[in-house]
Design a protein around this ligand. Structure first.
Ligand code: FAD
Ligand code: SIN
Length: 515
């Protein structure tokens, strides 16, 4: 094992009103909604790059269409969540959604339009109305991030720190007072602030097969857990049914909007996979469809997505999907293409209230790293971008209210010793991550049981025991994998995306009420 010793001192100290960690849709929204404060955004790549947001395809859901209403959107969200979402927070999400769409339009986001110039609205699984706004066909996230980033770059109150990765949240007298970060030159910079907002995204890369980009390994969760913030619902990991089965990392996503436009899932002999499995067929909730694929693939069959029946020009409506297929030698307009489920989204996260406040004073969280209670056990398609926009804005507004009242920061920087005593080489980090990803996919994946979860627990404990002492990236992701496994062990019954084959039968006896 190669161990590089790291200095145990802080190289530089900077002071701000607020430190935002992450520059996806949630982090950028927080930054924009904090005028009057001096805000630093820490991000490992360039501002707006990295993370899932720029990869988002299908769109953003909001009740803006004729005949639609926030109440209908809320009802669909609650139904998909399998009884585990918080109705009050869902109401906030769906009622404030249209205003966030208006705010995006106001800053120049260009959503696709219909022939009469109105917003073109698509349909996705488990939505009872067409309510999915999209941009450039299936490249919605990139357009939203483009618009937010341009506005953030023009905002005087925000300063971006690129190539900067947060390592730990600094706490003083029980309050979050900043973030210790490693910058691109290898310097440890202490960003002190009266408030910290985590917007570090999801955990998909903890699984062997995922649609998530590199870096989505749950850093925010690990940092928050370390300072005692309450985490919630960690067992609920969503697997998207239709990643292109080509062994790429991340796996190319074939948007659910394809099925919304008429594409069908077929088994290995060309029979409709979802026939007789759910009244909504191919547009059944994501967990139901993903499990149907899993069972077929685990039984030695194959599943293909057939987009030949989509009555729109695929090149125009789904350019990202067409490009992904072409890159791997498939012609989506002429042939069914092989698909597989892949880890896609984390419903669980840091427990927050409706303004994104965590259980640690001075610490806020929003976006995928948080669990605000709107997704329950299974997120409704296209509700995640909306979550980042709605609750990111609420965090920003709350920070404007709360930050002036925050106590002055008291940290004895000179005596602060870093706990980063050692770290692995990047090759070794990758090897540890590969092992964790295998364990999580095989034992803590779409279908779980107590034996497998205990085996995963033991294997992850062994991995942890082999890590050098002190904090390190690998320590963070192994911690998160263990927390997810423990949560999956603790919930003995199936619910939404958490399916226990040794628990009560799926679809028969279910838990009721949010716990
Ligand atoms: P992210 O966008 O993931 O951003 C996290 C940020 O935190 C990044 O900048 C990252 O680099 C940074 N970060 C991470 N760790 C650190 C650290 N230690 N220090 C500093 N910064 C850090 N949802 C929808 O609603 N509609 C869709 O159509 C849709 N399509 C999707 C397609 C794909 C392929 C994927 C992967 C996801 C899709 N999702 C979709 C889900 C959605 O994109 C995400 O849930 C959402 O964008 C998360 O936003 P976020 O701001 O919370 O996190
Ligand atoms: C997709 O486009 O299928 C992904 C949508 C989502 O994750 O909400």
């Amino acid at each position: 094992m190669t161990i590089s010793r790291l200095p145990n001192r802080v190289d530089q100290v900077r002071t701000h009103d607020v430190v935002v960690v992450g520059s996806g849709v949630a982090g950028l929204t927080v930054a924009l909604e904090t005028p009057g404060l001096e805000v630093a955004v820490l991000t490992p790549a360039r501002l707006g790059e990295g993370g899932s947001s720029p990869m988002a395809q299908g769109g953003v859901a909001a009740a803006v269409g004729p005949g639609d209403s926030p109440a209908s959107h809320a009802a669909d969200t609650l139904a998909a969540a399998d009884g585990h979402a918080d109705p009050t927070r869902v109401r906030t999400l769906t009622e404030e959604g249209p205003a966030r769409v208006a705010a995006l339009l106001a800053i120049g986001a260009r959503f696709d339009r219909d022939r009469r110039g109105g917003l073109a609205l698509g349909r996705e699984a488990a939505h009872s109305h067409p309510r999915i706004l999209h941009a450039n066909g299936d490249a919605t996230g990139a357009e939203i991030v483009r618009a937010l980033r341009a506005k953030v770059l023009a905002a005087d109150h925000v300063r971006g720190y690129e190539e900067t990765t947060a390592q730990e949240i600094v706490v003083s007298q029980g309050r979050a007072v900043g973030v210790l970060a490693l910058d691109g030159r290898g310097a440890f910079v202490l960003h002190l602030a009266r408030a910290v907002a985590l917007a570090t995204g999801g955990i998909g890369q903890l699984y062997r097969y995922t649609t998530n980009p590199r870096g989505n390994v749950g850093d925010g969760l690990a940092m928050a857990a370390r300072i005692g913030a309450r985490l919630e619902d960690l067992e609920f990991v969503q697997f998207h049914p239709t990643a292109l089965a080509v062994g790429a990392d991340p796996m190319p996503l074939l948007t659910e909007a394809l099925r919304g436009a008429g594409a069908r899932l077929l088994d290995e002999v060309g029979r409709p996979l979802m026939r007789g499995r759910h009244p909504a067929g191919d547009l059944a909730p994501r967990d139901v469809v993903a499990r149907a694929l899993w069972h077929r693939l685990a039984g030695g069959g194959g599943v293909r997505l057939d987009a030949r029946s989509v009555d729109r020009d695929l090149e125009t409506a789904f350019p990202t999907a067409v490009r992904h297929c072409r890159a791997h030698g498939f012609d989506l307009s002429r042939e069914p293409v092989p698909v597989t489920p892949a880890a896609h989204y984390h419903m669980g996260g840091i427990a927050v209230d409706g303004d994104g406040r965590t259980t640690v004073p001075g610490l806020w969280a929003c976006g995928e790293v948080s669990a605000v209670g709107v997704h329950g056990a299974n997120r409704l398609a296209s509700n995640s971008l909306l979550d980042g926009l709605v609750f990111g804005a609420r965090v920003g507004r709350d920070l404007v209210r709360a930050t002036p009242e925050a106590p002055p920061i008291k940290v004895d920087v000179a005596s602060r010793r870093l706990q980063f005593t050692a770290r692995l080489s990047s090759d070794e980090e990758l090897a540890v991550l590969a092992r964790v990803r295998g364990i999580m996919w095989d034992r803590v994946g779409l279908v779980r049981d107590a034996d497998g979860l205990h085996e995963a627990r033991a294997a992850l404990t062994e991995v942890a025991a082999g890590l050098p002492a002190g904090l390190s990236p690998s320590r963070r992701f192994v911690d998160v994998a263990r927390l997810i496994t423990d949560a999956a062990l603790a919930r003995r019954v199936s619910r939404g995306a958490h399916f226990r084959r040794d628990g009560l039968p799926d679809g028969q006896v279910r838990e009721t009420g949010r716990r």
